[in-house]
Design a protein around this ligand. Structure first.
Ligand code: ZN
Ligand code: MN
Length: 487
């Protein structure tokens, strides 16, 4: 099968739902999961005589993504009708942007293994409306739900710069992070907010000569796992097909295939239409969009630091591991919370431990974000400083963070209230150590005689001191005292 030397070539077409309050060309509310056909009006039902009006916010959201993807933003665009018949499309055309997309010629930087990154060129991004949904759950007939018809949809097309299933997945994950940071989409894959269509083929080396396999477009993938697996599958399928038929690009049309998530195979759907099949023409009901300097400036002012930049900054400036920086920048509120806590003077690694080990665990259990747990970045920084100063140990710090959530008090008052302040007074601790040694002469003898089990005996004495001090003794100081006394 894979006796051919080959290189994978993938470009992506992505559709992202924008989370505006209302639809793109009418005032209907956007609500996922509402009763079928209750979020519709004459415009999105395609009634004669109804007129669309552009949702300004949808356009701004789309421009924000274009800017975040380093695109050139068009200052003048228009709307086009893409004509085709389908039951979920009552107008018989989709309003889209054909030859004048709102954004072009950009790139997205995706993180790869080992802290590396790769730039994938963005061909274009344009705005369009989503269609409704055909429902096939009732007996031997189908139903149509038009609640989704008219949802603002951003279509993003990349150049074929992706060369492994892992890269394709990394792009999908990174794009999700970006649109969430920008607050322009919930990007919930399970709700169909993001759909991916990889265009896949192979460049095969046949004895020094390169040939290309026909391009296959895999339709409508709505999970990261399906994105990665379907591309992986296509590599093997195309190698097999080439081995059997010798078919190369240009012999027949581009085809589309669907992903069978049960059997883990792609299935042929149809040969692909060409653009001219859609009879695109400018929509006479909508005026073109002119983006003034002022409007563009206003949109730019709503951008934020992007997730990958933040992740790299956490590695380079705060000395975090790639992994920890990835966890902390998983969502924007957590990343900003951590950043603010470091800026409030907390040690970055201690804060990282507190947040990833205790904070995010609690947030996960309560089903909320870190920022919603009720303690501030400043108080968390204060807690990290207390650990740094030896006022509390790390175990106590995690407990304190939990109590901060419950009680809404600062770390110091909680530490005092629950007797979690660490005993650092060497004189006091020495007295306690002496008591413990006096009470355990046989153990002391065992250590002094250099018994094989002396390590275990030392741990026992340490445990006794901790018990006596209710866990408040500074273990570092205690072990220094023990070493001094026992040699
Ligand atoms: Zn409507
Ligand atoms: Mn589209």
């Amino acid at each position: 099968m894979s006796e051919f030397k080959h290189k994978l070539v993938v470009g992506l077409e992505i559709h992202v739902h924008l989370c505006t309050k209302s639809k793109i060309f009418c005032g209907c509310e956007l609500e996922y999961g509402a009763t079928a056909n209750t979020r519709v009006c004459p415009v999105c039902l395609g009634m004669p005589g109804s007129l669309p009006v552009m949702n300004k916010r949808a356009y701004e959201f789309a421009v924000m993504v274009g800017l975040a993807l380093n695109c050139e933003i068009a200052r003048f665009t228009k709307w086009d009708r893409k004509n085709y018949y389908y039951p979920d499309l009552p107008k018989n055309y989709q309003i889209s942007q054909y030859d004048m997309p709102l954004a072009e010629h950009g790139y997205i930087e995706i993180p790869l293994e080992g802290g590396k990154s790769k730039k994938i060129r963005i061909t274009r991004a344009h705005l369009e409306e989503d269609a409704g949904k055909n429902v096939h759950s009732t007996g031997n007939y189908s139903q149509v739900d038009l609640n989704r018809a008219g949802t603002p949809l951003l279509e993003i097309v990349t150049e074929p710069d992706l060369n492994s299933p892992a890269e394709v997945k990394a792009l999908a994950v990174e794009l999700q992070r970006i649109v969430r940071y920008l607050g322009v989409s919930e990007a919930d894959m399970q709700k169909g907010h993001m759909r991916f269509e990889p265009n896949v083929n192979l460049v095969i080396d046949i004895g020094g000569k390169e040939v290309k396999t026909p391009i296959v477009e895999i339709k409508n993938l709505n999970s990261f796992r399906a994105v990665e697996r379907s591309v992986e599958y296509e590599i093997h399928r195309q190698l097999d097909e080439f081995g059997e038929t010798g078919k190369t690009m240009g012999m027949g049309n581009k085809s589309t295939r669907g992903w069978d998530d049960v059997n883990h195979v792609t299935v042929l759907q149809r040969e692909k239409e060409e653009a001219h099949d859609y009879r695109y023409f400018p929509d006479p009901d909508l005026s073109p969009v002119e983006l003034s300097d002022e409007w563009l400036g206003d949109i730019k002012s709503r951008l934020c630091e992007l997730p990958l930049q933040m992740q790299m900054r956490f590695v380079n400036e705060y000395g975090l591991s790639e992994y920890d920086a990835g966890v902390l920048t998983g969502d924007r509120t957590t990343a900003e919370f951590f950043d603010n806590a470091v800026k409030a003077g907390g040690d970055s690694k201690r804060l990282c431990n507190l947040i990833t080990q205790a904070g995010l665990k609690m947030a996960n259990e309560k089903g909320c974000s870190l920022a919603e747990l009720g303690f501030s970045a400043e108080d968390t920084a204060e807690l990290a400083k207390m650990v740094e100063a030896g006022d509390v140990n790390t175990t106590a710090a995690n407990t304190i963070l939990e109590k901060m959530t419950e009680l809404g008090e600062g770390p110091r008052s909680i530490a005092e209230k629950f007797n979690l302040i660490q005993k650092n007074d060497a004189g006091e601790l020495e007295g306690i150590v002496d008591e413990i040694l006096a009470a355990n002469p046989d153990v002391v003898e065992q250590i002094r005689s250099g018994d094989k089990k002396s390590g275990k005996a030392r741990s026992f004495l340490m445990g006794q001191v901790m018990q006596k001090t209710k866990g408040q003794a500074n273990p570092k100081i205690v072990s220094e005292i023990l070493a001094k006394k026992l040699g």
